[in-house]
Design a protein around this ligand. Structure first.
Ligand code: C2E
Ligand code: MG
Ligand code: MG
Ligand code: MG
Length: 285
């Protein structure tokens, strides 16, 4: 809040700041009750391999506010991250994800990814919590991927990295989300036990028009190959972007070109259809 005040003084714009603080407090309060009042949902976005097969699904949190309607996770996750509310929300999310993994066989849903905030990840007892929820639902840990952002590296190679190693020992997959937008150090990168890098969609979206973005994407792909880390390209929206990525060895994709995030009912329909066509030996791409 000190930061907010400081900025308000610089801008000389106290009233609107006050309004904004009030709004945030109201939102935080509303978000707290959202959990108990069933206003939170998950949507699911498939991730495809180079043959067009769904190898995984990312779970994304949704909030339907009774008055304001759908609120973007970019907004409400940031509010939740200001307190331990994020821990409550993501604990609920992890539990729903494990429930889904338990319900659907691995042939149908091989892997599910869940986003975990650094604040939650560095909380004491996080690893124990994950172990517990996997055990309760009887989930093979290799079916769960935890997506972290680069801010995990902000304090250097400390406790967060130990924690990542603990999760790897449990058998989980770790992904680095929004890669290229945050605090990236290549030195750190090679020390992290990562299975997957997700190239941020801001680089993918301008692949055809921005030669810098094209160079960055090429470099990330080459580097990841050297480090033995899989790359998922986020935000693939058209054939041209897909072709560019395929030509440079990218083998995993996620984006509107394939599927938008969808409700659980639609996901289940899609997964059973893909399973049938895979079973009959049809190529799905
Ligand atoms: P993210 O983890 O990078 O998730 C991918 C975001 O890109 C999703 O936005 C998805 O809908 C969007 N997306 C996927 N393909 C395309 C595409 O082709 N074009 C465009 N324009 N967008 C695409 P969404 O669902 O709005 O989520 C935004 C962010 O909110 C997520 O980015 C993630 O950082 C955060 N978030 C969502 N759920 C959670 C959660 O449970 N915990 C945490 N910590 N963060 C979450
Ligand atoms: Mg993500
Ligand atoms: Mg991302
Ligand atoms: Mg993001």
């Amino acid at each position: 809040q000190a930061k907010v005040k400081g900025r308000a003084q610089v801008c000389g714009y106290e009233p609107s700041m006050q309004t904004q603080i009030t709004w945030r407090l109201e939102m935080e309060q509303a978000l707290r009750s959202a959990l108990t009042e069933d206003q939170l949902f998950a949507q699911y976005q498939p991730q495809l391999d180079q043959n067009g097969r769904i190898f995984g699904v990312e779970a994304l949190m949704r909030w339907q506010h009774p008055v304001h309607g759908w609120i973007s996770p970019e907004v409400f996750i940031a509010i939740a991250e200001e307190s331990d509310l994020i821990v409550e929300l993501e604990t609920w999310m992890l539990d729903s994800c494990c429930e889904l993994l338990a319900r659907l066989p691995a042939e149908m849903l091989p892997r599910l990814s869940v986003n975990i905030s650094v604040r939650h990840f560095t909380q004491p007892g996080f690893v124990e919590g994950v172990t517990w929820v996997l055990g309760t639902h009887g989930i093979d840990p290799s079916r769960l991927t935890i997506e972290l952002t680069e801010s995990i590296m902000i304090d250097g190679l400390g406790e967060a990295v130990d924690r990542m190693h603990q999760l790897k020992r449990l058998g989980l997959n770790l992904a680095l989300d929004d890669f290229g937008t945050g605090f990236s150090s290549l030195t750190y990168l090679k020390c992290l036990p990562l299975d997957e890098l997700k190239i941020d969609r801001s680089f993918v979206s301008d692949l055809d028009s921005d030669s810098n973005d094209a160079a960055i994407v090429e470099t990330i792909l080459a580097m990841a190959q050297h480090l033995g880390i899989e790359v998922v390209a986020e935000g693939v929206e058209n054939e041209a972007q897909l072709d560019f990525l395929l030509a440079r060895g990218c083998r995993r994709f996620q984006g509107y070109h394939f599927h938008r995030p969808m409700a659980i009912e639609l996901l289940e329909q899609l997964l059973s259809r893909s399973q049938e066509s895979a079973g009959s030996g049809q190529i799905t791409d």
